[in-house]
Design a protein around this ligand. Structure first.
Ligand SMILES: O=C(O)CCC(=O)C(=O)O
Ligand SMILES: [Fe+2]
Length: 354
């Protein structure tokens, strides 16, 4: 459980060092820091974020996750997300595939919709276990609001840098329009002695949405940076969130922003003896928005999109449809064969990676 003394991240495993962006400087419009953020987003798609101001809110969310996961499985299954393509609610361990062979995942999720948190006590999407419902005003909503503040600030910067009219990305991620945005707590049981690549806890994927704001305690997250063939761990650093770009921003930006493949494997070294917890806020665009490059709105995006095969960023679907397809075919309950895994994929650079 979060909070107990844990072994340090080992120093003999391959890591990818990511740049650290200072959110205070970004908010203060510091040009050099904004440049560094932009460089990270268009090259690696991943960066650390310090001074984000969400530590207390994150801690409370971890505690709520612990309380929820401690419920009997039978009770948790009453809130299971199901196989329809919706992710809100509880996801049982083994509900998803981690690769084309249909190997089951090893992680349980609690996913609370941004819309349910902000509209509470009104129910927009679904209901949650009573302890979660009771904690929406005091725990979930504050975390959602802090996370949105961080991600919307970053989206404003991307709007400018992409040459889009002011407010474009903010409007595509409107607070009060329905979306797949959600707060997620994850728990993976200890997997001591497991070879990392043999037993992913969460399979290789790109994120479905726009921006992830992730809080890690133990290692286990690995990324496959663009152009590289070696997975590297992202070492958790206290007080530093890990941020990454998701598929929706890659598509909107005509390939300028990089949505990078990542996965979760058992924590390395002695950390593998412990349960792994993570917390993430996934910011996703308005569900009704068509998912395609914003070529009419920005010459920079039009120019970038031209360098890719025609139609690459014309998904032909709304954000909600794209997201539902990916969620649905990841579910083992919908699996018909390797084609189901293929149907769950996004803009991954290397769809065969696991
Ligand atoms: O737990 C982690 O470190 C990553 C979780 C993740 O990739 C996701 O929720 O999309
Ligand atoms: Fe992810």
């Amino acid at each position: 459980m979060p909070g107990i003394a844990l072994p340090a991240f080992p120093d003999d495993v391959p890591i990818h060092s990511l740049p650290t962006i200072d959110f205070e400087l970004v908010k203060a419009d510091n040009p050099a820091e904004i440049d560094r953020l932009w460089q990270a987003a268009v090259t690696l798609g991943f960066w650390y974020l310090k001074n984000h101001g969400a530590e207390q809110e994150a801690k409370a969310m971890f505690e709520l996750g612990a309380e929820t996961f401690a419920l009997p499985l039978e009770e948790k299954l009453n809130y299971e997300q199901g196989d329809s393509g919706r992710s809100f609610g509880y996801k049982k361990m083994g509900g998803n595939a981690v690769d084309a062979s249909g190997l089951p995942d090893m992680t349980e999720f609690l996913n609370v919709a941004k819309d349910d948190a902000l509209a509470f006590p009104e129910v927009v999407h679904r209901t949650y276990p009573p302890a979660v419902t009771a904690a929406i005003p005091s725990v979930v909503r504050p975390f959602v609001c802090k996370s949105l503040e961080v991600n919307i600030t970053i989206l404003r910067i991307f709007t400018r840098r992409l040459g889009l009219p002011e407010g474009t990305l903010e409007q595509l991620h409107a607070r009060d329009l329905p979306s797949g945005s959600e707060a997620r707590v994850t728990r993976t049981p200890p997997m001591p002695g497991k070879d990392t690549a043999d037993r992913p806890a969460i399979g290789a994927h790109t994120d479905f949405g726009s921006l992830a704001f992730l809080h890690n305690i133990l290692g286990g997250l690995q990324v496959l940076l663009p152009g590289q063939t070696q997975w590297g761990y992202v070492k958790p650093i206290p007080g530093h969130a890990i941020c990454n770009v998701g598929d929706a921003l890659t598509v909107f930006s005509g390939g300028i922003l990089k949505s990078t493949v990542h996965r979760v494997v058992p924590p390395p070294g002695a950390q593998g003896e412990h349960e792994r917890w993570s917390l993430v806020f996934h910011t996703r665009p308005n569900g009704a928005q068509m998912l395609r490059a914003l070529v009419e709105d920005s010459p920079v995006i039009a120019e970038s999109a031209r360098q890719y095969p025609e139609g690459k960023f014309d998904t032909g679907s709304t954000v909600a449809e794209w997201y539902a397809r990916r969620t649905k075919y990841q579910r083992l309950g919908n699996r018909e064969g390797p084609q189901s895994w293929a149907a769950s994929r996004g803009t991954e650079h290397n769809p065969a990676a696991r």
